[in-house]
Design a protein around this ligand. Structure first.
Ligand SMILES: Nc1nc(=O)c2c([nH]1)NC[C@@H]1CN(c3ccc(C(=O)N[C@@H](CCC(=O)O)C(=O)O)cc3)CN21
Ligand SMILES: O=c1ccn([C@H]2C[C@H](O)[C@@H](COP(=O)(O)O)O2)c(=O)[nH]1
Length: 269
């Protein structure tokens, strides 16, 4: 996870101090890219303990098309609680747009089902995109999507299965709290899709817009930057699952996750 630590260090040293919506204040850099080779191990930050269970359940919750925190709470995941209304609703956020994007003529588009169909039938397509940035519905969302748009790419291999890569555009990136979750979440999604479409995992490419460290995370970042990264864990998926929507938490196993101790930090709401 050198790429992540390099970005943290870069923003810590060269970021511009900038006010933000939450009133917290940030150090910020505009535009950055990181690449993670998924064959080199699963890209989960090791220089602090990251709550893997929250990442896996959040992704399964997106894939269900769910936008109510009830499912997350049932599984002990609290990361979206601050944004939910009294009935646990977040409005038409990620899950809704991924699985049920409403069209002008009253239909709903299941972008994930369409993506799987295209990956299987038309892997050379340059249109393998999913967008959560539904301009007409942003005002109804608890928070406009941060991980807004992602694209897949299939590279043929001389021998063995083709490799599936994913690139994400993240418009706004809380480097200390959000980004370790976002990298792991899309790496997991890429591996789930690779399995059900018969590809080998390729790369995850993270592209960020406003990349920031909140001013009340500076001590935590400095502590993290004193730590040496550890060998990456491995992801093991139940090989019998061939339907993306059939994946359950029990089918997803993270092996050999060695990490430094957790570092607590307040989330800016
Ligand atoms: N300011 C901000 N940063 C974010 O990363 C973020 C938002 N807001 N709003 C929406 C979602 C919610 N996400 C979150 C929210 C909280 C944590 C967090 O507090 N993480 C702690 C504890 C993890 C846990 O207990 O599950 C951490 O140490 O990683 C992480 C991601 C990512 N998003
Ligand atoms: O998956 C996520 C969700 C949110 N964030 C961060 C990025 C910002 O710090 C806030 C959102 O505030 P905006 O004013 O809407 O940009 O949440 C993240 O890093 N990852």
């Amino acid at each position: 996870m050198r790429a992540y630590l390099d970005l943290l260090r870069h923003v810590r040293e060269h970021g511009t101090e900038k006010r933000d919506r939450t009133g917290t204040g940030t150090l910020s850099v505009f535009g950055h890219q990181m690449r993670f080779d998924l064959a080199a191990g699963f890209p989960l930050v090791t220089t602090k303990k990251v709550h893997w269970k929250s990442i896996a359940h959040e992704l399964l919750w997106f894939l269900r098309g769910d936008t109510n925190v009830a499912y997350l709470r049932e599984h002990g995941v609290t990361i979206w609680d601050e944004w939910a209304d009294a009935s646990g609703e977040l409005g038409p956020v990620y899950g809704h747009q991924w699985r049920s994007w409403p069209t002008a003529d009253g239909r709903h588009v299941d972008q994930i089902a369409q993506l799987i169909g295209q990956l299987r039938r038309n892997p050379d397509s340059r249109r393998l995109l999913v967008s959560a940035w539904n301009v007409g519905e942003i005002e109804h969302m608890a928070l406009p999507p941060c991980h807004a748009l992602f694209q897949f790419y299939v590279a043929p291999a001389a021998a063995g299965p083709a490799r599936l890569s994913c690139q994400l555009y993240q418009r706004s990136a809380d480097l200390f709290l959000g980004v370790p979750f976002n990298i792991a979440s899309y790496a997991l999604l890429t591996q789930l899709l690779a399995q059900v479409c018969g590809f080998a995992p390729g790369e995850f490419i993270w592209t960020g817009g406003d990349c920031h460290i909140y001013l009340n995370h500076l001590q935590q970042v400095d502590l993290q930057l004193t730590r040496e990264p550890l060998p990456l864990p491995q992801l093991r998926l139940d090989p019998t699952v061939d339907d993306l929507f059939a994946f359950r938490y029990e089918h997803i196993e993270l092996l050999d996750y060695c990490h430094h101790p957790a570092i607590r930090a307040p989330v800016a709401v």
